[in-house]
Design a protein around this ligand. Structure first.
Ligand code: BES
Ligand code: ZN
Ligand code: ZN
Length: 492
């Protein structure tokens, strides 16, 4: 099994702050009536709360969200990290604040969180922030990133079942997100379609919850099945393509959701080669497949009462001698012919096959996740993903994203742009009008979903974070999509 960095569980404790001697204590600083004041749970006690207020005043510690300062407070042995939470923080502000605090404490082993927890939801938010913020990818480094190894949350709710459930859910979610991060961070010489499929099999076997069945179509099976899109994209690489099916089918389910993920383990552009700069982060082009795999695994671990079928469309897009050419006409899984004019618009080709196969099972809803277009990054920036498709499903996705703290925004599928996908010699061509490239890509996919309720998530922006870390987001893979999709399945 590959490396999985970070902590997997938090412990809830109802002890007093002075009963513990961790390597650091995390407290919040909030703005109340324009003043920076301690944001601390009852475990801190009156006297210490006063000492903290004094320290905040004396050192002019700021309440701006995510700003961290580690200091000594009279009456406490452990150093205290004050993290700003602003005014009246919502769960996502808490997640990010705790993520920032835990990140700033790398190198210390045991960290205790003493922020207030008014509800099980807030316990979950603190736990998620800590677990996501403590992630480190150390597969290839000879130095030790030494992330925080143990997190405890001081809360009066420690023995309540809904708080315990929230902490457990946070552990399962964070494990799934961090495993998705691992897959995306893996170098593309190590993670390619075959090894990705192996990983899926091993991870499903190791899962502690409900059973996830994994079946893998190799290149021969893909050829026999007529998966012309996946095969065409994979032809230019020595690493052969795969289509992985994941099935979680609990007995009590009456809803069936299908998930399809784009799994281009490296996107060179193919013969329509990308410029060198544009290729640097293209190992992230399987972020959709990583999200789908880990959503299915999390759904099983959480024993959600919904049937979930996941599809991972895995290929490496390379310009080798066998590569598809601009001008090739290919026949997709559903029989549609496509004139391939740009081999860098490969995502829609592998997705089209997987979508067409997914609808054969007649799911109640179909969602796909793909790092599909650079245009989505231009439109919405690097932190926001686009969601397109059927209106009700789109709003369900947006509601789940909002609760999860993932940024998604709706985009339309205007019919007039569909005209631009017409080819003079085939049913479709794989590129249309350049303006609104995210919309034409979505329209292309729509040709393959029939009457199934469908929504498409373009995560090209947020799948991979190149800037400085913030909140619980580190440099590199983000695991974007997992928390929204799990939330969506929970709401079914
Ligand atoms: N994998 C890319 C999209 C992408 C860009 C993902 C930036 C993450 C960050 C995709 O396969 C691609 O190259 N799309 C082309 C489509 C175009 C040729 C119609 C694009 O967006 O330029
Ligand atoms: Zn591409
Ligand atoms: Zn791509």
């Amino acid at each position: 099994m590959f490396y999985a960095g970070g902590v997997n569980t938090v412990e809830l404790s109802s002890k007093k702050i002075t009963d513990l001697k961790p390597d650091a204590l995390v407290l919040g600083v909030a703005t109340v009536d324009g003043q920076a004041v301690p944001f601390a749970g009852p475990a801190v006690g009156r006297a210490l709360d006063k000492a903290c207020a004094q320290t905040i005043r004396a050192l002019q510690i700021k309440a701006a969200p995510e700003v961290c300062q580690t200091v000594l407070v009279e009456g406490l042995e452990s150093p205290v990290t004050f993290v700003g939470v602003g005014e009246d923080p919502d769960p996502e502000t808490l997640r990010r604040a705790v993520g920032a605090a835990v990140r700033s404490l790398a190198g210390r082993e045991h960290v205790v969180l003493a922020l207030p927890t008014g509800s099980a939801e807030e316990v979950g938010a603190l736990a998620e922030g800590a677990l996501l913020g403590s992630y480190a990818f150390a597969q290839y480094t000879s130095w030790d990133a030494a992330p925080v190894e143990r997190v405890s949350i001081l809360t009066p709710l420690a023995s309540e079942s809904d708080a315990k459930a929230a902490a457990e859910r946070a552990g399962i979610l964070a494990t799934a997100v961090n495993r998705a991060r691992d897959l995306v961070n893996m170098a593309p010489n190590d993670l390619f379609p075959e090894t990705f499929a192996d990983f899926a099999e091993q991870a499903a076997k190791a899962g502690k919850g409900g059973k996830v069945k994994v079946s893998v179509l190799d290149e021969q099976a893909l050829a026999d099945g007529g998966y012309g899109g996946i095969l065409a994209v994979g032809m230019g690489s020595a690493r052969k393509p795969r289509l992985v099916k994941l099935e979680y089918a609990p007995r009590k389910a009456d809803t069936h959701v299908a998930l399809v993920g784009k799994g281009i383990t490296f996107d060179s552009g193919g013969l329509s080669l990308k410029p060198a700069k544009g290729m640097e982060t293209m190992k992230c082009d399987m972020g959709g497949a990583a999200a789908v795999l880990n959503t299915v695994l999390a759904a099983a671990e959480l024993k959600l009462p919904v049937r979930v079928t996941g599809w991972l469309a895995l290929a490496e897009n390379m310009p080798g001698g066998g590569a598809q050419r601009p001008g090739d006409v290919i026949t997709m899984y559903d029989g549609t012919t496509v004139e391939v004019l740009n081999t860098d618009a490969e995502g829609r080709l592998v997705m089209a096959d997987a979508l067409a196969r997914a609808v054969e099972d007649q799911p109640d809803a179909l969602l796909d996740v793909a790092t599909l277009t650079g245009a989505a990054v231009v439109a919405l920036g690097e932190r926001t993903a686009a969601v397109l498709g059927e209106e009700q499903l789109r709003s369900d996705v947006l509601a789940a994203a909002d609760a999860a703290g993932e940024a998604l925004w709706p985009l339309p599928l205007p019919d007039h742009l569909d005209e631009t996908l017409k080819s003079p010699i085939a049913d479709l061509k794989n590129i249309g009008e350049r303006m609104g490239g995210t919309l034409t890509a979505g329209l292309f996919l729509r040709h393959f979903v029939g009457n199934t309720r469908w929504a498409h998530l373009d995560i090209a922006g947020p799948a991979f974070h190149e800037g400085a870390p913030y909140g619980y987001t580190l440099k590199g893979a983000t695991g974007f999509g997992v928390r929204t999709l799990v939330g969506l399945l929970e709401n079914q």
